[in-house]
Design a protein around this ligand. Structure first.
Ligand code: 2P0
Length: 332
């Protein structure tokens, strides 16, 4: 039996990935840039063995149904095909999130699975190769191979679409992200379905693509210069523009809830009161607020005047993926 384990941390995009040009290979329409965070991570173990007769997937100790397992099997098929093996696998994952808040992330999950497979099968993949592999499971997972700031260069083939760390002189250690949990009870549209519908039908999508390179350059320049206001402004503007594309999709949709809008307004008010902070959102109603570490207490105190403290989780910059060798177990 071949066994391996990995721990990967989630990431939140400051410049968003939104749309695929190749669904099969998961090649994105645009490059993106993210911050890896310490507060949410996934640990995954994988065991490939002759004695196994099917793939099984356990999440937080619970055996997952066929639908959940199919996504994992699809990724394992890719690894098996690349390595020319036919062994089934048992996958055990644990999501570490501070509260049961629906923040389980495919980024940390698929990055950890890719890492665990690499360890189990002794693939000795470089970080670039690991990023490329993780991308095939979930696009944003390719950025979770790296700590700190990570840029996924879109590329135009399997070979040249992967993430890499952005030099930052450790500026990320001075930053934080405050998560505001919003429960809206609205039925989810997965990011996969949402981005597909937007690419295929939204008349605003071309506007998204036109502005992305400028946003990326601005963000990278801001990181180099440690210019928080500039990074915050481009983060907020880029997120709003991504969400704008969904309003012109057919049929239109939004990930925002009234509570999300309320939190966005709170962020603007905090700024007017002299507290630099900027929001971003992903494929759900939760709001994430970029803030300097030195201002975390002021921000959370301000937010707690209007929201429940239980809604707030503070995260800091997180590390790269950790690969954890497990001993090669004897077949029983
Ligand atoms: C991002 N999101 O850059 C964007 C912003 C959501 C909004 O990447 O289909 O789970 O597996 O490649 O990576 C979430 O999408 O999608 C995502 P797939 P993924 O973080």
């Amino acid at each position: 039996m071949y066994a391996g384990k990995a721990r990967a941390y989630t990431n939140i995009a400051l410049i968003k990935y939104w749309g695929k040009k190749d669904e099969q290979l998961i090649l994105p329409m645009n490059s993106s840039l993210s911050l890896t965070l310490d507060a949410f991570y996934t640990e995954t173990s994988v065991y490939f063995g002759e004695a196994l007769t099917e793939d099984t997937f356990f999440l937080d100790g619970k055996k997952q149904d066929l639908k959940q397992t199919a996504k994992i099997s699809k990724f394992l098929d890719l690894v098996r095909q690349q390595q020319n093996i036919s062994l089934f696998a048992k996958v055990e994952s644990q999501n570490f999130v501070p509260t049961a808040a629906g923040l389980a992330s495919s980024a940390s999950g698929l990055a950890a699975l890719a890492g665990a497979c690499s360890v189990a099968l002794n693939l000795h993949l470089s970080k670039t190769e690991l990023s490329r592999l993780a991308r095939r499971g979930s696009g944003s997972a390719c950025r979770s191979i790296f700590g700190g700031f990570s840029e996924w260069q879109k590329g135009d083939s399997n070979q040249n679409s992967f993430a890499q760390q952005i030099p930052s002189n450790k500026w990320e250690d001075e930053l934080a992200m405050v998560f505001v949990l919003v429960d809206d009870g609205v039925k989810d549209i997965s990011s996969r379905d949402g981005m597909r519908r937007t690419v295929e039908t939204s008349s605003f999508y071309s506007g998204w693509l036109e502005t992305i390179d400028t946003d990326l350059e601005t963000a990278k320049q801001a990181i180099l210069e440690k210019d928080f206001i500039r990074l915050g402004e481009v983060t907020e503007a880029n997120g709003l523009r991504m969400h704008g594309t969904t309003l012109a999709a057919v049929p239109p949709f939004t990930y925002w809830s009234p509570e999300s809008l309320n939190v966005m307004q709170l962020v603007r008010t905090a700024r007017q009161q002299g507290l630099p902070c900027y929001f971003t959102m992903d494929a759900g109603p939760n709001v994430k607020i970029l803030v300097e570490k030195k201002n975390v207490t002021a921000l959370t105190q301000f937010l707690a005047e209007h929201l429940s403290e239980k809604q707030l989780i503070t995260a800091y910059a997180g590390p790269e993926i950790a690969l954890i060798p497990l001993e090669r177990l004897e077949e029983k």
